[in-house]
Design a protein around this ligand. Sequence first.
Ligand code: PXG
Length: 452
Amino acid sequence: MAGMEARKPGTDSRTRVATNNLEAFWMPFTANRQFKKAPRMLVAAEGMYYRSADGRKVLDATAGLWCCNAGHGRQKIVDAVASQVKELDYAPAFQMGHPKAFELAARLVTYMPLGIDHVFFTNSGSESVETALKIAIAYQRARGEGTRFRLIGRERGYHGVNFGGISVGGIPTNRKFFGTMLTGVDHIRHTHDIARNAFSKGQPQHGAELADDLERLVALHDASTIAAVIVEPVAGSTGVLIPPKGYLERLRAICDKHGILLIFDEVITGFGRMGTPFATDYYGVVPDMITTAKGITSGVIPMGAVFVKKEIYDAFMNGPDHMIELFHGYTYSAHPVASAAGLATLDIYEEEGLLTRGAELAPYWEERLHGLRGLPHVIDIRNSGLIGAIELEPIAGSPTKRAFTAFLEAFEKNLMIRTTGDIIAMSPPLIIEKSEIDQIFDTLTGILKNLA
Ligand code: PXG
């Protein structure tokens, strides 16, 4: 900028003194000032545990951010990444290919329900969502339904942070600061209903009829304008909302009736989190597209993937052979290092049966989690597979503070949890043992008993 002196790299912008402070990094989804006053630094990780900068072993009850499903520091993934960097560090996926991308795609689709047999690679959940939304609209056009441009999300939904994702998303704080977003988007109602469903184990009894809210939007906008509906089978980020019994089935039926695509956002529920490989398996409801990320590489290298039905892929495969069929993709789509990490991750999942291990542990997880019922301020507890949430009564006038305090205390007591609003969420690596489940809930019990 005019008038600004040049500065030497590695020096502070104001004092010009060499620095290693915490200011420069604007941290994502973080209370930056609070963190920088009392940093919580993680410096290493192995298995179920992080190591903090002050040398403590911290139990990871969240698989990082719902992603390190195989646990930390897995040698097979480490080796695959290291040798891939050496062998082929990067190769374009536009008009070129490298073998591991095809191998990973071919292996991944074998985990999908019959009929879902193509995969488009991205680098994150947010990019998977953008990709799926764009494919939905382009597909409708390709099959001669170009008037279908609308995208329907759900209140309280989280679909990443890009403009498409926050448009169909339904978390007010992720939307209100960011202007107009996409046009032609609407939302069905969320399914959270503490009055009727508090302390449900697994799927709540009440609320299948909330799927009929899609009929309301069809009546308002007409089906001929609606391309797709996107929902998380289990809404994660908003604080773990489990779909009521019959809800997803009903949503599927309404989409079918009106020619609307159904997209499941399985960025969190994918890769074993539910005790089945994907939530589509758990609920027996098959969508038209599935968005994924996180567990695809166990969080080691960024990667995402969008799975699509054969009819969708096929609808694009026309026109002259030399023409690009879908004008979409990322420099790092199907990155060789991510592909290698993905293959090694699948090896571990298969060798150790991790994608179904959650089903064995889920009853114990549920029992210990629901054992917190009755502790002060606990107004609801929810679970599915290896996901658990505890909703606390907010402190009057200070929403989020109670749960955030629990989070800070947990870290002091060598336990990493997540909080969103006044909800504590947990989703441990799928290698967790019962003794570690005990450690989580014993620690939480101690904290909740004394929480102001
Ligand atoms: N869809 C869903 C359902 C997600 O949960 C994304 C998309 C976006 O993924 P990326 O990779 O762009 O972050 C997510 C991400 C939390 C938490 O603690 C959840 C997410 C990310 C970070 C924290 O609830 N979900």
